[in-house]
Design a protein around this ligand. Structure first.
Ligand code: SF4
Ligand code: SF4
Ligand SMILES: [Zn+2]
Length: 271
């Protein structure tokens, strides 16, 4: 039976240990998080005026990559919306940008974007968008939609997501010369060897790199990954809390499994 033990959880970072399952399951969860969990991003940009150093296309591209914070439970994917995906209050949020310089230039930041929905704002207010020179102007309307990472990376809700097997480190005191070379070689400061006895500081920091094993001339230390226990890490871009990302991925996985089961049941049985 699968069990989950949460080691660390904040809106931006989450680490948990999955036991009683396989790497295939962890990888499926990872792929769904990357490809199928919807995230909001700017998709359409209507440029009214732009004499900045950036072309319209470049400006639109930069706007598309700005992480947006939104309670996306209230929004639906455009192709599931009753408007047919053209954009309405159920599937889109509009942000506007209107800036103009006089004799001095300025940097336009994400905080200069005005959202029609106060709940939908850039995750960070200080991301520079473009530097304007004197007498330059940008007026535009940007429409954000939900999308999925399978279609474009800007819709991925995570900066990173990954897993590794739980490290298992052993030291053979009969072979160990207490030279401490393994301890010095570890880039994660995981190991401590004292009187030929091994202790670990935080074994979850071990990335199974094997540098300690390579550093040991006496063949006294071994590091392996336990396939029964998987460390899973998620780092959000800030648009959606990590807990919601993982729950949504589990929900999508369940829906896909049920759909597959339904399709199988419709197939004629082999006699
Ligand atoms: S490098 Fe090998 S011999 Fe030296 S302390 Fe580590 S395990 Fe012992
Ligand atoms: S495998 Fe790498 S990270 Fe893990 S204890 Fe050895 S040197 Fe450190
Ligand atoms: Zn709509």
């Amino acid at each position: 039976m699968i069990s989950v033990r949460i080691i660390q959880q904040t809106p931006d970072d989450m680490m948990f240990i999955l036991s009683g399952t396989t790497a295939a399951f962890a990888n499926t969860l990872r792929r769904i998080i990357l490809s199928n969990v919807p995230q909001l991003a700017i998709e359409d940009v209507i440029i009214v005026e732009n004499n900045s150093p950036f072309t319209d296309e470049f400006l639109a591209h930069r706007l598309g990559l700005i992480p947006l914070r939104s309670d996306s439970d209230f929004l639906v994917l455009p192709d599931e919306c009753e408007c047919g995906g053209v954009g309405c209050s159920l599937c889109s949020v509009t942000l506007t940008l209107s800036v103009e310089t006089a004799d001095e230039g300025m940097i336009v930041y994400t905080r200069d974007l005005e959202s029609q929905d106060p709940m939908t704002v850039p995750v960070h207010q200080e991301i520079p968008i473009v530097q304007l020179g004197p007498q330059q102007k940008i007026i535009l309307e940007a429409v954000a939609f939900l999308g999925i990472g399978k279609d474009h990376v800007k819709f991925q809700p995570v900066a990173t997501v990954g897993y590794q097997f739980m490290p298992s480190i052993t030291l053979d005191s009969n072979k160990c010369s207490d030279c401490k070379e393994c301890q010095n070689a570890c880039p994660r400061n995981v190991l401590e060897v004292e009187n030929k006895q091994l202790s670990t500081r935080n074994i979850l920091n071990c990335n199974l790199c094997q540098l300690c094993v390579d550093a040991c001339e006496d063949d006294a230390i071994t590091v392996s990954g336990s396939e029964d226990s998987i460390i899973f890490r998620v780092e959000s871009t800030g648009g959606i809390d990590t807990e919601r990302i993982v729950l949504k991925a589990a929900e999508i996985l369940k829906e896909q499994a049920l759909e597959f089961e339904g399709l199988l049941k419709e197939l004629p049985l082999e006699k």
